[in-house]
Write a protein that binds this ligand. Sequence first.
Ligand code: ATP
Length: 352
Amino acid sequence: MTAQIELNGIDKHYGVFHALKNVSLTIDKGSFVALVGPSGCGKSTLLRSIAGLETITAGELKIAGKTMTGVPPRHRDIAMVFQSYALYPHMTVEENLTYSLRLHGVGKAEAKAKAAEVAATTGLSQLLGRYPRQLSGGQRQRVAMGRAIIRNPKAFLFDEPLSNLDAALRVQMRKEIRALHDRLGATSVYVTHDQIEAMTMADWVVVMRDGIIEQQGRPLDLYDKPVNRFVAGFIGSPAMNFIDGRIAEAGRSVVLADGAGELPLARSLEPGRAVVVGMRPEHLQPAATDATFHLEIGVIESTGSATYLTSPDGAFQLVQSERSSLKPGDRIGLSIAPENIHLFDPQTGVAL
Ligand code: ATP
């Protein structure tokens, strides 16, 4: 794998505010990388720094092996796709697609031919003569994509491109974007606050918080082996449940707070040690006879395909694929496979 974008010890200050703290990341050629994290974590700042729209305070950024210090955005050979599309309203689809080529001195006939090619790739062939106002949200998004593709850039940078679309269209467009990435053999960096989007689209997910990278890896590795409580709670939907506990005397089980029960562990830890126990809602099984802990049910919600059971205080949730005959106030027995139990240090949040 060759690196297409390399970030080495990047720092970004906005005045006294430290928005990116020593961020290092290698983005391989042909990969689809998602930057994900809560609002304000610095993901857009990182993307904009790659694009050259922000000046980094310290560190080194390389694109295709070249240091980008002092290189203005238009000379970085990358294309950005925004949530707002930023289409020219007075230009047709074809004119929107060809605008940047024409600006770079490409002849009319060649630009037209390229637009036809890109329109075919993005499903816009029938819409070349329309104006943006005559397009649906998804179609506008495709024009924005087409405009990025037409320049054959070294990388595509996406900043929450699907936020303006309704839920069904988002699901469709994320498949389209990923398929397009594969067809073009592109390198893509995709910013989103939606971890499902990150997990389903990307080969490599970078989880950020407060200007640092908390963890990066393949999507399922983040789900299976979160390095800390923050990543554990951020990746996965519904979110992981956390409950305080203490390692039992023999070291092979954990006693949950409030007498909820005792869970056998797949390994042994120091007896008496305080821990935070993490359990994913989908890993909890109702158990008639071999229950290891108990939970009171406060709220029952069904989507048809799944039933969500939530404790009265809202702190604990499990999801079942079967329909449920439970009622609010019922107490149920639960079990969890020892290998699905996550343990974290209560002070540092680091996975044990
Ligand atoms: P969101 O999902 O809300 O867009 P984000 O993770 O993309 O969040 P950024 O836009 O990268 O966050 O912002 C990171 C932090 O830097 C935020 O706390 C923000 O307030 C701050 N910030 C961004 N731009 C500036 C600026 N021009 N001046 C000062 N602070 C800024």
